[in-house]
Write a protein that binds this ligand. Structure first.
Ligand code: ATP
Length: 284
């Protein structure tokens, strides 16, 4: 059984201007111990799908699905309990995920106290070991620092350590390297890969960057306008895409989008909202 199993997901968000159908028909199946990429251009529904798994959608949002399960539990009922216990979030901006006026230790300890009933000295030792294990030099100094004293790459590692401290075994990483420069981004991706190998972690990696998919993902699901179009081993989808949209996306890449840049919108193709068919021409 896959760890995450989503079939026929549809998400409708109420807004003052009426309902927005943010996700129409997403299938997503993530096996234990894999890094599963979710790729698609801006507005394709990547973040909303992740937010739904965390149970953090705006009030009144309608989440419908044939199946929306994490480890056999329906996320529509269990998301609040699983978030921060089994499911962790790594977002694009680590500085925003941390409190600027508290030292890293206080923020790590808030998590450790909640999850372990150990004395302070043991929690400190655990925080030191955790930070060291994710490649931070001088972890004691890091723990005594405020967020602004650390670089973006270090902060992203702290956020990952915090998620691990909760005991999470599934990380939703939403554009985790977008705000980092290329060399640091590669190190963070390498760290995720190591954690999958050493801790049996499973990662859902949301990105608009084909290079990120090629670099670390085992499998990938392609989203477009709130629909999943295809999925498969990353190498296969990148080298032999089946869906015309994915082919168009990849064909448009070398000239239109240099390394690391946002996916271009593929012109001249659209999906019929009624039938789901991919059609040529301009969107009506
Ligand atoms: N709070 C909200 N209220 C209304 N509509 C929303 C809300 N959040 C997202 N949407 C809409 O849902 C759709 C999917 O958005 P989502 O943020 O999931 O896309 P994305 O693929 O993550 O894009 P990006 O790469 O730009 O982050 C978009 O059309 C967006 O406008």
């Amino acid at each position: 059984m896959p760890l995450l199993e989503i079939r026929g997901l549809s998400i409708t968000i109420p807004t003052p201007k009426g309902d927005v159908r943010a996700v129409r028909a997403v299938d997503l199946s993530v096996e234990r111990g894999e890094i599963h990429g979710v790729i698609g251009e801006s507005g394709s529904g990547k973040t909303i799908t992740g937010t739904a798994m965390l149970g953090l959608l705006p009030q009144g949002t309608k989440v419908e699905a044939e199946r929306f399960h994490f480890d056999g539990e329906d996320l529509r009922q269990s998301a609040d309990r699983l978030r921060g216990n089994r499911i962790g979030l790594i977002s694009q901006d680590p500085a925003a995920a941390l409190n600027p006026v508290l030292r890293i230790w206080r923020q790590m300890d808030d998590v450790l106290r909640l999850h372990r009933k150990a004395p302070r000295a043991e929690r400190w030792a655990e925080a030191v070991a955790l930070l060291a294990s994710i490649g931070l030099n001088d972890p004691e100094k890091v723990l005594r620092s405020y967020p602004h004293e650390l670089s973006g790459g270090m902060l992203q590692r702290v956020v990952i350590a915090q998620a691990l401290a909760t005991g999470a075994d599934f990380l939703i990483a939403d554009e985790p390297t977008t705000a980092l420069d290329v060399a640091v981004a590669m190190q963070v991706l390498e760290l995720l890969r190591q954690l999958v190998a050493t801790r049996g972690l499973t990662v859902l990696l949301i990105t608009h960057d084909m290079d990120v998919i090629a670099e670390v993902c085992d499998r990938v699901t392609v989203l477009y306008h709130g629909r999943s179009l295809e999925n498969g081993p990353a190498e296969q989808v990148l080298q032999r895409p089946e869906h015309p949209y994915t082919r168009a996306l990849l064909a448009a890449l070398p000239d239109a989008a240099p390394r690391g840049e946002r996916l271009a919108t593929v012109e001249g193709l659209f999906i019929d909202p009624e039938t789901g068919a991919l059609l040529q021409g301009d969107q009506p």
